[in-house]
Ligand binder design. Structure first.
Ligand code: FAD
Length: 458
């Protein structure tokens, strides 16, 4: 089955809608776009700017912020634009000038973080998520939290997930029914949808975990899943670093094999296509779900930790678990897309991507296999690629927005990850919307970008 002509047609349609939806010059999005474009043209400065932003939560006062700003921006004669040059042109970090610069930098970082974070409390988050439905977008909510250093913090996370689910269960039924968002070919979808990271549920869910740590994670996940089921919700278990992959799959399978949850279909897991053996992961999940007898949702992504996995493998002199070249992750994403859609009776297919080619392949496979419209669910991140969101909504696709909520400190770490992702050389968003690479190139099959074997050996 050659779906390529269909992929091209759908891809061009998405591009056409997205270009119409691109923000105008007076909107916040336009200025942010220009700012990001500027940092992308100054790679060395970009790294230091993002490092400065990442350091902000640890700064004790305005003088320390000012000092850090100057240290990060003022080395070896960079060609700074005049507002930044002016900001760091002070001698005394306690002066009003330095304080003003520190305040402006902190405000700018807060503002950027708010672009990617849906709120700091369930109340704020639910107001935003409820409002998004008017624009044809449903949501999955996640609680940000990077540093779970002891069991009290982990228990606190579990509590916050439970509070969030309780708040969602109370509010979600009051949202107006919308067939595009609430109905799928396989039935009504829960409006309350929460994504959970297992590493938040124990300080020791790590490569060195003991059976007791895994039991604790299972116990907390069980409480969360029970609350979601009783409140008519959905729980997705996110995928994190490679060293947690097997344990995450094992905990997921164990919980959803328990008699209490065995028949419950509102559970989801993530497969990362950048892993060389991700086909094995998908086959494992498919085999398990058939034994279980009740379908689940699978969110296919490429994977958020490519730099980390590559560097860790290099450091430890072992083979990297992730593909070495971007086109390989893209090609694997397309291959797994097809397998998921061929098995959509068992794995309800969701695709987390801002890459128009990857999205077009999912929609083309759905059509080519004569599956009912909206078998596919598209998922994108809050605050990223908004013209793309408008485009797929205009095409009457179901779009779920991944909405992190949380406070400033974990928010900054998340902000820096998103900034790095948006501005990475090989990012589709960068190539498609900042560098003006042609649609024909961006839509070509990933295999066309494979270098000949001889080049690769160099
Ligand atoms: C709704 C949603 C939920 C998500 N949930 C998760 C999750 O649970 N776990 C998780 O890990 N990620 C998750 N992600 C993040 C996702 O993995 C990244 O956003 C995604 O990788 C970016 O891919 P893209 O298709 O949008 O963009 P593209 O620009 O097409 O792809 C970028 C990706 O390609 C891969 N890549 C980059 N360079 C190379 C290289 N040299 N060689 C090989 N591969 C390379 C990396 O995975 C990189 O992130 C989620 C994303 C979304 C939208």
């Amino acid at each position: 089955m050659n779906i390529e002509p269909l992929v091209q047609r759908i891809g061009r349609e998405i591009f056409a809608h997205a270009r119409r939806a691109a923000p105008g010059v007076l909107e916040q999005g336009w200025w942010q776009q220009r700012g990001l474009e500027w940092t992308m043209r100054h790679e060395h400065l970009k790294a230091r700017l993002f490092e400065f932003i990442g350091s902000l939560p640890g700064q004790p006062n305005a003088a320390a912020v000012a000092r850090s700003l100057r240290d990060h921006l003022c080395s070896n004669g960079d060609d700074l634009p005049w507002p930044l040059r002016l900001a760091v042109d002070f001698d005394d970090e306690h002066s009003w000038h330095a304080r003003l610069s520190a305040w402006a930098a902190t405000m700018a970082a807060h503002r950027m973080a708010r672009q990617f974070i849906v709120g700091s409390t369930p109340h704020e988050a639910l107001a935003t998520v409820g409002g998004m439905r008017r624009y044809g977008r449903c949501a999955t909510l996640d609680i940000l939290g990077e540093d779970v250093s002891n069991d009290t913090i982990a228990e606190g996370f579990c509590r916050r997930y439970l509070d969030l689910i309780e708040a969602l269960s109370a509010v979600a039924p009051t949202w107006r029914y919308d067939a595009l968002l609430d109905d799928a070919p396989f039935g009504l979808l829960p409006r309350s949808n929460v994504s959970v990271k297992l590493s938040a549920l124990s300080p020791n869910f790590s490569p060195h975990r003991r059976p007791i740590d895994v039991m604790l994670v299972r116990e907390r996940l069980r409480r969360i899943v029970r609350a979601a089921r009783d409140g008519g919700g959905f729980i997705n278990v996110d995928m994190e670093h490679f060293v947690l992959r097997d344990a995450t799959l094992a905990v997921f399978e164990a919980i959803f094999s328990e008699p209490e949850f065995r028949d419950w279909p509102h559970a989801g897991i993530v497969i990362q296509a950048y892993l060389r053996d991700s086909r094995g992961d998908l086959d494992r999940v498919l085999a398990w779900v058939r034994r279980r007898g009740t379908p689940i949702t699978v969110r296919l992504v490429k994977g958020a930790y490519w730099d980390y996995e590559t560097a860790a493998a290099e450091r430890e002199s072992r083979e990297s678990p992730v593909w070495a070249e971007k086109w390989e992750s893209d090609a694997q994403f397309e291959a797994l897309t097809r397998v998921m859609l061929e098995n959509s009776a068992w794995v309800r297919p969701a695709f987390g991507s801002h890459n128009i080619r990857s999205i077009a392949v999912a929609l083309a496979c759905e059509q080519a296999l004569a599956l009912p419209p909206r078998t596919v669910e598209l998922q994108m991140l809050y605050g990223m690629g908004d013209p793309l969101k408008d485009a797929v909504v205009a095409m009457k696709q179901r779009l779920r927005v991944y909405c992190p909520m949380g406070a400033w400190v974990p928010g900054v770490a998340y902000l820096v990850r998103r900034l790095l992702e948006n501005t990475a050389n090989e990012s589709f968003l960068r190539q498609g919307f900042a560098e003006g690479i042609s649609e024909a190139v961006l839509l070509q099959p990933p295999q066309r970008l494979a270098k000949p074997a001889a080049d690769r050996r160099e």
